[in-house]
Design a protein around this ligand. Structure first.
Ligand code: ZN
Length: 672
């Protein structure tokens, strides 16, 4: 029997891949990739871009595609056997890529390519791919020698271990708390949470309701429970997770200190002043100073709105809820009540208008119009009956294909995401490989004869992920390293996705996206107006919160000695930007996994940064009309098709005719 993971032609045989195929395929492809590495660094392969690519890229891309298929199935069709196969092979795959990234022989070869006379005549995209590769070698420590190299590698290994411990402590501290409440304690809490928490208590052999710090329980309790003492107890447990105020075995204090110290030391070895400086090298932001100014400017602009938000909330809490001294554990509760009082409409009512076939047809119509493509159903092996396949064409020419996996089901990870099955590449030898995407959502499957119904948030999420998909699928770049999302700066990668969300707030568009499940009527204007009014509820407070996180992250990775004074740095940032006083016992930093264990170190600002880009890009459509073909063509050609072949700033300027401005973001969020 042939192993489907070793198949090289066509789309993956998702219906035929079995757990027992994983290890033999990974072992074979890893062996080939390792042999290709040895061959590529040896004397038989000249220091020539195409020659290297034909040996090394072909082998590593094949490994990545096969491993990508395994990871994908692990995420959407998990079984114990598949998970075991995935976990068995993950360390081998990771180890190979780490080794590849820091191989000094390979680095020398790429430097020789860059220094050769032929380098001057490389096409711009390929020059960009080459310079990215050289940059990444340097950041991976390929330039270090002797003790420095050994120390750098040891730091990487120790850091990975500390990050994993940090994550586990947060997880264990979250799992370690439970509180048994009576039904009377839970006045106001939604019925589904009551039911789930009663079942959880019963499973432990108790009466009442088992409350935990997991978000599907913690979130609704903080939002809806009228019992103030209960909210205080849960809040206190939540914000002290993995800190010195809880069990010593889960305390992240020393881990944070060591991690920050190691990141600082690694930065010094690479010749940088601090980790923030290293983190910014491959990003769009040009300097720490620029990020700092950006965040402080945003804070100053949001502050009056945040003060207004807080004043309104305090007044409402006082007069309507009898809460005279608004505390941290009252904020979500009082906000929810204020929101209900002000914008009375139900998400459940809205949902009756977003029937899946109408939403999909509307999305495809927008994409076909604005980006001048056609989308039609296609055939390919799939991993579940509900998965659909489509092809994207222009003038009868195949541009890309994508899978849409819409519904939640057991064995499928929650959330929504876009991933690549393969990226656009003119392969050595000249054959064009067209890109293929997977778009995964998790909305509720259809019940009975009704089509599936989407909340407005589901619709926004679908458009968001489709934006990532367009970035992958519409690229016209031929080079593997810079086609589609490859090589796009981390702080700019959310531009197309957040851009697409804007369509979901356009009256003209929403009329076409909606058809009531019974009457077939499109969304009424009055309901739309309420949705728009609620959109920017407390946007001032929300913005300041993001700025607080971003500034804290930047400063602890930039300031000398910050490792020894994490709490003080956070307190200073809060005094500077926040309008809410966090309680003295708040230990938010002890569970800030984004920056301590999630790759966002000195990069948390990226969320807001990319929002500036996407809002400003959308403002071009506000000027020309949301379905403007000319503006769509410019966005497509200068940003989506160009991908990582130019810097994000060059792409943006080519599209907009100027550098990004913050005005559109502030206006869209009601802060102008
Ligand atoms: Zn995204």
């Amino acid at each position: 029997m042939k192993n489907p993971l070793l198949q090289t032609e066509g789309l993956p045989a998702f219906d035929a891949i079995r757990p027992e195929h994983v290890t033999p395929a990974v072992d074979e492809l890893l062996a080939r990739a390792a042999a290709a590495l040895e061959h590529a660094v040896g004397p038989d392969v000249p220091a020539d871009y195409d020659a290297m690519s034909a040996v090394l890229d072909v082998a590593t891309e094949r490994l990545s595609r096969a491993w990508g298929a395994v990871s994908h199935l692990n995420a959407v069709a998990d079984t114990p056997a598949l998970r075991a196969a995935y976990n068995d092979n993950l360390p081998k795959v990771t180890e190979f890529h780490t080794r590849l990234g820091a191989d000094e022989r390979l680095y020398a070869k790429y430097k020789a390519i860059a220094a050769s006379p032929a380098a001057a005549s490389l096409a711009p995209a390929r020059r960009k791919a080459l310079s990215n590769a050289l940059r990444d070698f340097v950041l991976s420590g390929a330039e270090l020698t002797g003790d420095a190299k050994r120390r750098f590698a040891a730091i990487q290994e120790r850091s990975a271990d500390l990050e994993q411990q940090y994550r586990e402590h947060v997880l264990d501290a979250t799992d370690g708390f439970s509180h048994l409440a009576s039904t009377a304690d839970l006045d106001g809490v939604p019925a589904d949470v009551l039911q789930a928490s009663a079942e959880a208590a019963r499973a432990d052999g108790h009466e009442g309701h088992k409350l935990t710090l997991h978000y599907p329980v913690y979130g609704p309790v903080m939002q809806y429970a009228s019992n103030r003492g209960l909210r205080q107890a849960l809040y206190t447990a939540y914000v002290t997770r993995a800190s010195e105020l809880g069990p010593a075995a889960q305390d992240n204090s020393t881990l944070m200190r060591e991690l920050l110290t190691l990141r600082q030391e690694a930065a010094r070895l690479l010749g940088h002043d601090n980790h923030a400086s290293v983190s910014l090298v491959p990003k769009m932001a040009r300097s720490m100073h620029q990020v700092h100014e950006f965040l402080q400017d945003l804070a100053a602009r949001a502050r009056p709105y945040a003060e207004r938000d807080l004043a309104e909330l305090s007044a409402f809490a006082e007069s309507e809820l009898g809460l005279h001294d608004l505390q941290a554990w009252d904020l979500a509760y009082a906000s929810e009540k204020l929101k209900e009082a002000r914008y009375a409409f139900s998400d459940q009512d809205v949902k009756r208008y977003f029937t899946e076939p109408t939403v999909l047809a509307g999305l495809f119509e927008i994409v076909q119009t604005v980006f001048e493509v056609t989308i039609t159903p296609d055939q390919a092996p799939v991993w579940h009956d509900s998965v659909r396949v489509y092809r994207v064409e222009r003038d009868g020419r195949l541009l890309a294909q994508f899978y849409l996996d819409p519904y939640a089901r057991p064995g499928k990870q929650p959330g929504a995401w876009m991933d690549d099955v393969r990226v656009r590449w003119v392969r050595p030898g000249g054959a064009l490989q067209t890109p293929v995407a997977t778009l995964v959502c998790n909305y509720s499957a259809p019940v009975g004869s009704h089509p599936a119904l989407l909340t407005h948030d589901d619709v926004i999420t679908l458009f968001h992920e489709f934006g990532h998909g367009l970035h992958l699928m519409l690229t016209q770049v031929d080079d593997l390293g810079v086609s589609g999302l490859s090589g796009v700066e981390w702080d700019a990668v959310e531009l197309p996705s957040q851009f697409m969300e804007n369509f979901c707030w356009e009256w003209l568009v929403l009329q076409r996206l909606s058809a009531h499940v019974e009457s077939g009527q499109s969304l009424p204007r009055a309901l739309f107006d309420k949705m728009v009014a609620a959109k920017n509820f407390q946007s001032g407070l929300g913005t300041l919160r993001q700025v607080e996180f971003g500034l804290f992250d930047l400063r602890i990775h930039a300031e000398a000695g910050a490792a020894e004074r994490v709490q003080q740095v956070l307190d200073e940032v809060r005094r500077e930007v926040s309008v809410l006083n966090a309680p003295a016992f708040n230990r938010f930093q002890h569970s800030f996994t984004h920056i301590f264990a999630g790759g966002y170190a000195a990069g948390y600002y990226s969320y807001k940064w990319a929002e500036v880009l996407s809002a400003d890009a959308w403002s071009a459509f506000e000027e020309a009309g949301p379905l403007s073909v000319a503006t769509g063509r410019r966005l497509r050609e200068e940003i989506l098709e160009a991908g990582g072949s130019r810097s994000a700033l060059e792409n943006f300027v080519a599209f907009r005719g100027r550098e990004p401005r913050i005005d559109a973001l502030l206006r869209h969020q009601g802060m102008a």
